[in-house]
Design a protein around this ligand. Structure first.
Ligand code: LLP
Length: 407
């Protein structure tokens, strides 16, 4: 991937002047193109994409993704509401909760949203409350270890997510007991999954279970396509996944006796590469063994490097032709928030702008106010025009909910 100085003809440096730093920048056309790529990869099946809102949940991004032809997967009632604000109708939204209070389930049902049931107790409560009146989906834990690291592996035996496939008899008993209308089965094995094989293995678990559910309308394969974070990394070959999974799916549908829809819930694949975190260098500091580049951001804005040891490529926008040196790029938070370690960059001076790539997914959405720092602004570039889609926080935002009591 080249290191862009412009996005859709808009100079990145000019965005720093116009909106300040740190700044999240999103290339809307890239997001729309990713939706299209996935649609093409799975064109042999009736596909529904449910974008994993949690990856990047700005309402404008949700609107853009809706216009591109995808629905949403929400993991909280708040994400359901953001989806509705973006113009999604209830049938376009899937709610995949994990151990939430039943009141939240009821609220979603009242809004007409499909629930992805992720535990036997939830199935029981759902059955007691609604019987077979409300169609629902079941999240199965397929016991497949997959994903870039254990923290983002969600379909293995010890993972909290879904209902163990070993409990299928119990699932069927509960469906029978309440005459539940199960229209979908779901798996999501993890994030950063490279191999088509993993999706096929997940598919086989779904196919086998599906024969026990006569009223299905869809099978949901979850998300998890890997994107290239490192220079020589490869992304999941979605064309290959689409072809292999598509064929297996169509063969299954034949046996099942009905054409079902295939659902996917990508997050990273749609928004990761479209996002950049633009930061400014505050200080370049020499130590005997390392040169530190201290920037005006940190784990409060991009926690992925510290939480998952994730690698993010970055480059010095201000010095495109400079000599290369090795640096540790660090944040301004009072923790060891190393963004990049022993990384070769064109010579960095205080004031230089650095661009952190692949910051679209799980960047802003995992940002916090740690160290009482303010969250950055977000800018969307669409049709060659940069527009502010979230203003930078101000001190007032930080204290808005604090009640100052008398002593
Ligand atoms: N569906 C469900 C039910 C999920 O839990 C997730 C992600 C996705 C879809 C989308 O996965 P994706 O296509 O984005 O890999 N914060 C971590 C990733 C955690 C993902 C949690 N679930 C990271 O930054 O790597």
């Amino acid at each position: 991937m080249p290191n862009p100085t412009h996005i859709q003809g808009v100079s990145i440096a000019s965005l720093a002047d116009q909106f300040g730093t740190p700044l999240y920048i999103y290339d809307g056309e890239k997001i729309a193109a990713q939706v299209k790529t996935l649609q093409e990869a799975f064109s042999a099946v009736p596909l529904k994409i449910k974008y994993a809102t949690k990856a990047l949940s700005n309402v404008n991004i949700l609107k853009l993704i809706r216009n591109a032809g995808a629905g949403v997967d929400a993991v909280s009632i708040e994400e359901v509401k953001l989806g509705m604000m973006a113009g999604y109708t209830a049938p376009e939204i899937m709610y995949t909760p994990s151990g939430v209070a039943f009141a939240e389930i009821q609220e979603a049902v009242e809004l007409g949203i499909m629930i992805n049931l992720d535990s036997l107790p939830l199935m029981e409560q759902f059955g007691q409350t609604y019987g077979g009146k409300i169609p629902a989906c079941i999240r199965i834990n397929p016991h497949i270890m997959a994903g870039g690291n254990l923290k983002i592996s969600t379909g293995h035996k010890e993972s909290k997510f879904g209902i163990s496939i070993e409990l299928l008899p119990k699932i069927l008993e509960t469906v029978e007991k309440y005459q539940l209308q199960i229209v979908g089965l779901h798996i999501h094995t993890g994030s950063d999954i490279l191999d088509a094989e993993v999706f096929l293995r997940g598919g086989n678990v779904l196919f086998e279970a599906a024969f026990r559910f006569p009223d299905l309308k869809f099978l949901d394969f979850g998300g998890g396509f890997k994107v290239a974070y490192k220079p020589n990394d490869v992304s999941t070959d979605v064309m290959e996944v689409g072809k292999k999974v598509g064929e297996a799916f169509q063969a299954f549908c034949k046996q099942y006796g009905r054409q079902l829809e295939l659902w996917l819930e990508p997050g990273k694949f749609l928004v990761s590469e479209a996002g950049y975190l633009l930061v400014r260098t505050n200080v370049v500091k020499e130590s005997p063994s390392v040169t530190f580049v201290g920037v005006d951001s940190g784990l409060n804005h991009l926690i992925r490097p510290m939480m998952y040891d994730a690698y993010h490529s970055l480059y010095n926008l201000s010095n495109p032709d400079g000599e290369k040196s090795k640096y540790n790029v660090v944040g301004y938070i009072c923790e060891t928030d190393t963004i990049a370690s022993h990384r070769e960059l064109n010579e960095v001076k205080a004031g230089d702008l650095l661009v952190i790539k692949n910051a679209g997914a799980y960047g802003y959405s995992m940002a916090s106010n740690y160290n009482s720092r303010l969250r950055p602004a977000e800018v969307l570039i669409w049709n060659g025009k940069a527009q502010l889609i979230r203003r930078r926080e101000e001190f007032e935002d930080l204290i808005r909910n604090q009640e100052i009591i008398e002593f």
